[in-house]
Write a protein that binds this ligand. Sequence first.
Ligand SMILES: Cc1cc2nc3c(=O)[nH]c(=O)nc-3n(C[C@H](O)[C@H](O)[C@H](O)COP(=O)(O)OP(=O)(O)OC[C@H]3O[C@@H](n4cnc5c(N)ncnc54)[C@H](O)[C@@H]3O)c2cc1C
Length: 200
Amino acid sequence: MLEDHLNNLGGVVEWGTSLAEIHDDDDHVEALVTRDGSRERVSARWLVGCDGGRSRVRDQVGLRLTRRDAGATFILADVTSTLPITPNEGYAYLDPDGLLLVAPMPEPDRWRIIAHVPTPVKESQLTVDALFLDELIRQRSGLEFGSHDVRWTSQFNLSHGLANHFRKGRVFLAGDAAHIHNPVGGQGLNAGVQDAHDLL
Ligand SMILES: Cc1cc2nc3c(=O)[nH]c(=O)nc-3n(C[C@H](O)[C@H](O)[C@H](O)COP(=O)(O)OP(=O)(O)OC[C@H]3O[C@@H](n4cnc5c(N)ncnc54)[C@H](O)[C@@H]3O)c2cc1C
């Protein structure tokens, strides 16, 4: 939707293009970008770094984002269930041990599971399989989910962070490059869009 909107305004996303370096002069910014092994210099009056939590733009201009570990691990999984629960409805459980979301996927009986759990002290990665998911869902919702065919999983440790400044010279930061949130609040993308809107 956002790309269509940009296209309608005359802009184009140049996919497969990577920012390598930035040089900020008094009256313009130069960016060195690479695509298919070739390099190109782009000159602009302003540059906005919307390049996510590990922002190269932020590093290149010497801004800092200090992360604070939230002590929790977020897990995501796409799984099939034997439970005849109503399709096309999502379920949210706010358990004292953490959040559990069960959201329907387009395929019949397939669900996206989203939850956060305390970060394990010893292992760096949790084993997110049918057994793990059934136990977690049972504890937080009482449902006997009957997980099987776990087709995709992901996990990451939660952290919070804020850049020391959102602007240096002709370079701005927006989105996760400027601030990292816990996804449970559902505010990261919204705050990033607000940053971009504020620059208009
Ligand atoms: C599980 C989960 C649930 C979430 N739920 C919500 C929610 O309900 N509501 C909400 O508002 N937010 C939510 N968020 C947060 C939201 O997804 C992020 O805040 C948002 O995607 C950040 O957007 P961004 O464009 O700033 O950064 P990103 O989405 O990280 O995009 C950065 C882009 O920059 C590109 N890039 C990086 N380096 C370079 C480089 N050197 N050259 C060229 N390109 C580069 C990357 O490839 C990427 O495409 C959630 C996040 C997670 C993980």
